[in-house]
Design a protein around this ligand. Structure first.
Ligand code: PLP
Length: 376
């Protein structure tokens, strides 16, 4: 099946005797055994659940992977991935990462003994120079958050060789637009809270891999800790995924047009969107992905303009997060990247004039009208 059909038909309940078209919510914490030493395949919901399982198979199929695990949030997925490494291991990460990922790496990871270094992961010479025998993983966001920098994943794989684990956070593009496993990644991570769920109503996270040994370790971690996705939330994400391809295409169409609108706006100084020809990562993005996504960062002429825009938007919502039907505008300085140290933040370009848009599926004319009045 093509990806559009997988979205619609990829989650099937193997226990279905009623003909139910939707995968039911198996709201059961425990499962009765048919005999001593026998199991239906389900024992206890922390370990596995018949609503979560079809969702995991669906997400694995979308990413072109053999195995997927569904977590209670993107951060729970990232935390489980961190559990694959040992104290003393060195991890290299993209410098403008999701703020929560930085917090996880620096607060929990470093206390656990991981050494995390941040850099431009698209600078292959720098990356090569930074590899040590202790480097066990490279963690990439492409496009990055919020600067929309592009990392050439095939180039990273070539630079780091086959033994360093390449982890890609594919939240921004989704498998509809980018399939990192086919570009050399070992693990693909998602905040399913964003496009996969797609309606700003459910937290979830995923890890997809073709590496059975890593999958087993990850399953051991989630079954031990209990960070697997709940039956109800699994149902919500299955439901959201049915329209993933429609939503992401429509959001992207709107984003391309809004990027053009913003580029010509007199109060906008700079627009960061990989779909624009002048974006430094445009060619790589064109080569490795089937689209540029629907996230736009832009810098306005002053802090006053930025703050006024946040207060004046009417249909567009001033809220953090992304990837839902609703268009959201975010102020990275005070929201997603508030905890990044000032010096590092400014070096990345996250200043008081930077705004970020998660473009939704509304009518383009309404979006342009709202932005026009908000920036007036
Ligand atoms: C939101 C987000 C996360 C964290 O996911 P949660 O579901 O909020 O825990 C991780 N990475 C990226 C790129 C995100 O946007």
């Amino acid at each position: 099946m093509r990806i559009e059909s997988i979205c619609v038909h990829g989650a099937k309940d193997p226990n279905n005797t009623t003909g139910a078209v939707a995968v039911p919510i198996y709201q059961s914490a425990t499962y009765a055994h048919p005999g001593v030493g026998a199991s239906t395949g389900y024992d206890y919901a922390r370990v596995q659940n018949p609503t979560r399982e079809p969702l995991e198979r669906l997400v694995a199929a979308l990413e072109g992977g053999n195995e997927a695990m569904a977590f209670s949030s993107g951060m729970a997925a990232l935390d489980a991935a961190m559990g694959l490494f040992d104290p003393g291991d060195h991890i290299i990460a993209t410098s403008d990462l999701y703020g929560g990922s930085v917090r996880l790496f620096s607060l929990l990871g470093e206390r656990f003994g991981l050494k995390v270094g941040y850099m431009d992961t698209n600078d292959q010479a720098l990356l090569r120079k930074s590899l040590t025998p202790k480097t066990k993983a490279v963690f990439v966001e492409t496009p990055s958050n919020p600067m929309m920098n592009i990392t050439d994943l095939r180039a990273v794989r070539e630079t780091i060789g086959p033994d360093v684990c390449l982890v890609v956070d594919n939240t921004f593009l989704t498998p509809v637009l980018q399939r990192p496993l086919s570009l050399g990644a070992d693990l693909v991570i998602h905040s399913g809270t964003k496009y996969l769920g797609g309606h700003n109503d459910t937290l979830s996270g995923f890890i997809v891999t073709n590496d059975h040994e890593k999958a087993e370790k990850l399953r051991f971690i989630t079954k031990t800790v209990g960070t697997g996705l709940s039956p109800f939330d699994s149902f919500m994400v299955i439901r959201g995924l049915k329209t993933l391809h429609l939503r992401i295409r429509r959001s992207e169409e709107n984003a391309r047009a809004l990027a053009a609108f913003l580029t010509s706006h007199p109060k906008v100084r700079k627009v960061r969107y990989p779909g624009l020809k002048g974006h430094p990562g445009h060619d790589v993005a064109t080569r490795q992905a089937d689209g540029y996504g629907a996230m736009i960062s832009f810098e306005v002429d002053s802090e006053e303009t930025a703050k006024a825009a946040l207060e004046r938007v009417s249909m567009i919502l001033y809220a953090e997060s992304l990837g839902g039907a609703e268009t959201l505008i975010t102020y990275p300085l005070l929201q997603t990247h508030a905890e990044v140290p000032e010096e590092a933040r400014l070096a990345l370009g996250i200043n008081e004039r930077l705004l970020r848009l998660s473009v939704g599926i509304e009518h383009l004319d309404d979006l342009i009208a709202d932005l026009r009045q908000a920036l007036a």
